[in-house]
Design a protein around this ligand. Sequence first.
Ligand code: ATP
Ligand SMILES: O=C(O)C[C@@H](O)[C@H](O)C(=O)CO
Length: 336
Amino acid sequence: MTYVSFPTNKPLDFVAIGRLCIDLNANEIHRPMEETMTFTKYVGGSPANITIGMSRLGLNTAFIGKVANDQMGRFITDYLQRNKIDTTGVVTDTTGAVTGLAFTEIKSPTDCSILMYRDNAADLKLTPNEVQEELIAQAKVLLISGTALAKSPSREAVFQALNYAKKHGAVIVFDLDYRPYTWTSPEETAVYYNLAAEKCDIILGTREEFDMMECFENNESSDDKVTASKWFNHSAKIVIIKHGKDGSIAYTQDDEGHRAKSFPAKVVKTFGAGDSYAAGFLYGVMQGWTLEKSMEFGSAAACIVISSHSCSDAMPTVYQVEDYIERCNRNEITAS
Ligand SMILES: Nc1ncnc2c1ncn2[C@@H]1O[C@H](COP(=O)(O)OP(=O)(O)OP(=O)(O)O)[C@@H](O)[C@H]1O
Ligand SMILES: O=C(O)C[C@@H](O)[C@H](O)C(=O)CO
């Protein structure tokens, strides 16, 4: 059964808009940041990671965003290009803005946190008139991600991209990617998240992210099915609610939910799970696979990334994901 129809007559499979930054992941893992001395530098930012994931899976991809006019900005653009991502939509800041930095602390496989340096970050300076309509017109899928809604003018740039995607018939995906440090209040966050989500065909988020969006409705965590059903009154065709190592559930308008188990993993760090899951899942639905198969593929892609040191650099190929699933089926991989 097909839940979402992707346009067939477009040259670009996937374009994402939003955050491009640098992850500095602790080399000395299982230590607090206070005792960490060295870091490895990777391209970061959830929509960038997802786009790198889609490109590694063999899709034709592009990115819309803004980088600082410095060595870090050039490192990001160069890395995207080396990963075969079209960067004609990546503009360079001219105001002296800087590249956002995420220092990751890996205390244990379950206790990870991110220390952010995002004052005057270039990615939030993208303006609506810098969003190229032509790029979105050529794309089957536009992915937006929540952090870009946190501040103007990037917020308006995302809504401009949504307008273009609607006009040209791209399938719109919203990865909620809620990072509280970027926002001023939960109420402001919920307003813009809800306005954007109304326009989207596929919405992916964790239970906590959906709870944030429902902060006007009640103070308690909702039932997943109740949460999902609200969005079918707008544009949504698929709503996915993720539950960490307990797996994920996909809802469509007419059913009780499709549950995907997660695979075992030798976890190094937890961040990056959601980005690799999104890339794997979206790849699957774009191939016309069932929701279960697409979710399984996303779950296995997530395991590969959380078993690795980086998010972006560890994004797997189709062969790597298939091999991981086969090895799990042969009980060759056990949880850490
Ligand atoms: N410890 C784990 N072991 C196995 N699979 C996992 C684990 N954690 C996450 N996953 C897989 O990754 C998917 C997405 O993870 P999660 O629900 O943590 O998303 P997220 O919170 O968006 O991730 P992130 O930490 O990148 O923000 C899960 O549905 C599951 O399939
Ligand atoms: O910007 C962040 O919040 C951290 C990212 O750079 C990181 O790569 C990430 O988003 C993983 O999901």
